[in-house]
Structures are given as structure tokens and as C-alpha cells.
Design a binder for this molecule. Structure first.
Ligand code: AMP
Length: 216
């Protein structure tokens, strides 16, 4: 099964993707994770996109489409996998069209788009309190899901940091980008791909169960 997880920054796409990928044997492909990894490793790509990520704006469609082409093609070569799960991609109409072209070329299709609905205030609260482990990447929240010791990951003992783009001024920019450039993609898919809307404001387990229910 090939899925797209859709929703604003902070709607829980990454958290849900981590759960679904294991249960459904899917490769979790997050453009945000791939780009952050390039920045951390200081690759040519990383140097090029570092300031874009920090500003909350979008990296160019060409760069992102090239990354995802390689990633999606690689899934086909792994016989243990049953498909892919896209998180944070596509984010513009151009990317959605590019993905359509790539999938036609590969003889693949999107089986469903799962939309996580969370209102703006809740998203701002989630993003501003989010802390990420520098080692195992587990995500915590200072109020809603705090670790036992402030600043230390319960799971691996790693240091927790706030992502540069989770700072208040950047959060507003990211949400504006979502409304203007990303949300319109839903109209691109309406009618051609099955869209499932799920209330992303529920507790994490409930959201996972709701997604599994709509997909079964
Ligand atoms: P995310 O972790 O999905 O919130 O992504 C973090 C940042 O990476 C975004 O604010 C963008 O700067 C960049 N990014 C991630 N995915 C994309 C995409 N599909 N297109 C363009 N930029 C992206």
C-alpha cells in the first residue's frame, strides 16, 4: 500500500508515520527528515537548504522531487516492504504533479491520502513545546509528553533540543506556507485519490487506531 500522510506542520504526521510503518511494513519517507539529515551531515545539498529550513520556507520543487525519486525507486528494490508512506511531501501543486509523473513512469499509484486535521492554535502549542532527541530523534513535548528529566531523552539518554524552525517566528511562517501552498493540493487529489480525514487532535493512540480503521 502506498500512502500520503497530509496535514499542517505539527499535526502528528511524523509520529503517526513511525507507528504505521512498522505495523504495515511501509518505508517512511519524510522530506523534512531527509533534508535535516543533509544539513546535519553538511553535504552540498545540506549547505544549500540550511537557511531555507531555518526560515520556514519551502525548498525548491526540483530538489525535493529529485530526493523523492531516488527514495521511492529504492523502496521497489526492498522485497520486505509493502509500499511507502510519504510524510511532508508533496507540499506544492508542482510537487504533486511531479509525483504523478514519477508514479506513472514507475507503474505505481497512491492508494490513499490520510489528512490529519488539527486547528491552528493546537498546532502552535504542539510545535512551540516540541523537543527532539539529537540521537534517536524521539519527539517529546514540554507539557503534553515531557521526559522524566528536563532536556534528556527517556529512551536513549540523548540531549533534547528545539528545532530551529520550531521557534515562534518561524512557526507562523510555516503555517502560512501550508495554507497558501500545501492545502490546495487536496483539491488536486479530490476525485482521483481516496481521501480520508482523521481528527488529529485526539490522543496519539486514538489517531493511530482511527487511521488503521479508515484504511482497513
Ligand atoms: P517538516 O519536518 O516536514 O516540517 O519539514 C521541515 C522543513 O523542511 C520545511 O519547513 C521545509 O523548509 C523543508 N521541507 C520539507 N519537506 C518539503 C517539501 N516537500 N518541499 C519543500 N520543502 C520541504
Amino acid at each position: 500500500m502506498n500512502l500520503v500522510l497530509f496535514g499542517p506542520p505539527g499535526s502528528g504526521k511524523g509520529t503517526q508515520a513511525e507507528r504505521l510503518r512498522d505495523d504495515m511494513k511501509l518505508r517512511h519517507l519524510s522530506t523534512g527528515d531527509l533534508l535535516r539529515d543533509a544539513v546535519a551531515r553538511e553535504t552540498e545539498l545540506g549547505k544549500k537548504v540550511k537557511h531555507v529550513l531555518a526560515s520556514g520556507q519551502l525548498v525548491s520543487d526540483d530538489i525535493v522531487l529529485a530526493l523523492m525519486r531516488d527514495a521511492i525507486v529504492a523502496v521497489g528494490g526492498d522485497g520486505d516492504l509493502k509500499g511507502w508512506l510519504l510524510d511532508g511531501f508533496p507540499r506544492t501543486i508542482g510537487q504533486a504533479q511531479g509525483l504523478d509523473g514519477l508514479l506513472a513512469e514507475l507503474g505505481q499509484k497512491i492508494d490513499a491520502v490520510v489528512v490529519l486535521d488539527v486547528d491552528r492554535d493546537a498546532v502552535v502549542d504542539r510545535l512551540s513545546g516540541r523537543r527532539t532527541c539529537t540521537q534517536c530523534k524521539t519527539v517529546w513535548h514540554v507539557k503534553n509528553n515531557p521526559p522524566a528529566v528536563e532536556g534528556v531523552c527517556d529512551r536513549c539518554g540523548g540531549t533534547l533540543v528545539q528545532r530551529d524552525d520550531d521557534k515562534p517566528e518561524t512557526i507562523a511562517a510555516r503555517l502560512d506556507v501550508y495554507e497558501k501552498q500545501t492545502r490546495p493540493i487536496l483539491e488536486h487529489y479530490r476525485g482521483s485519490v481516496t481521501l480520508h480525514e482523521v481528527d488529529g487532535a485526539m490522543p496519539v493512540d486514538k489517531v493511530t487506531r482511527a487511521i488503521e480503521r479508515v484504511l482497513s
